[in-house]
Design a protein around this ligand. Structure first.
Ligand SMILES: O=c1ccn([C@@H]2O[C@H](COP(=O)(O)O)[C@@H](O)[C@H]2O)c(=O)[nH]1
Length: 239
């Protein structure tokens, strides 16, 4: 059983700067980082991302997926925001991942706190059937481990995966890659569009470095209390 602390990231998915700012304020001290993604960034822009992340650690989840030069150049443009974590899609392949990592090393010039590169494996909204729909005839588990090995070998600092794949990824890759885990649902909450889900406690016991929780926090009547309940669950899950 893992002994390290699983940290909580709140996904602030909204197109409203005021709403995101309210959540960030309410959640300060109750979450370990905030995640801003496509909705907020496209609607509010990168200056708003920078402003909102001034007080808290930032996971900038833009899931870049393009040819190697375009993705690496995109990351270079994002580097001045200095997110702790940024995402690209593992399916972009080894050259795209290697160029991205090299670009981050260059942009941060050996700075120990450079942004860390996460490769998204298989989205947690997909199951075996959805993989078959895009022509991948494999289980999510096998596909995540296959992509995870390739991504880490190519330079990813960590992976985005579901909690169901953590044990297999640790067996294959050891403790070093940072595993960031969305698809988290406290017992009894709506699954929404997520398919490969686990509770915060289950993900912590499996060894997640970070869990990502959006709607169970942001749609709660009291987001701060919802986040605190998840932190309490994480703390008691692992002795
Ligand atoms: O495979 C993935 C990759 C990223 N996400 C992101 O995490 C949050 C989850 O939000 P919930 O409201 O808790 O479902 C969301 O921002 C996704 O873009 C993911 O869910 N799965």
């Amino acid at each position: 059983m893992p002994s390290h602390r699983t940290r909580l990231i709140a996904a602030l998915d909204t197109s409203s700067y005021e709403q995101a700012s309210r959540w960030a304020t309410e959640l300060e001290g109750r979450v370990d980082a905030i995640k801003l993604g496509l909705e907020f960034t496209y609607a509010c822009g990168l200056d708003a991302v920078k402003k909102l992340s001034a007080r808290q650690e930032l996971f900038l989840d833009l899931k870049l997926h393009d040819i190697p030069n375009t993705v690496a150049s995109g990351l270079k443009a994002l580097a001045p925001i200095h997110p702790a974590l940024m995402t690209i899609h593992a399916l972009g392949g080894p050259k795209m991942i290697a160029r991205s990592r090299a670009m981050l090393e260059e942009a941060f010039e050996g700075n120990d706190s450079r942004s860390r590169l996460l490769a998204v494996t298989i989205l947690t909204s997909m199951n075996e059937q959805s993989l078959a729909e895009v022509g991948i005839n494999a289980t999510p588990l096998d596909e995540v481990v296959r992509l995870g090995r390739m991504a880490v070998r190519s330079g990813a600092d960590g992976l985005v995966c579901s909690a169901h794949e953590i044990t297999a990824l640790r067996d294959a890759l050891g403790d070093a890659p940072e595993l960031v885990v969305p698809g988290i649902r406290p017992a009894g909450s709506s699954t929404d569009d997520q398919k490969r889900i686990m509770t915060p406690a289950q993900a912590a016991r499996a060894g997640a470095d970070w869990i990502v929780v959006g709607r169970p926090i942001t749609r709660a009547d009291d987001p701060a209390a919802a986040a605190q309940a998840i932190q309490d669950e994480l703390r008691t899950a692992v002795p």
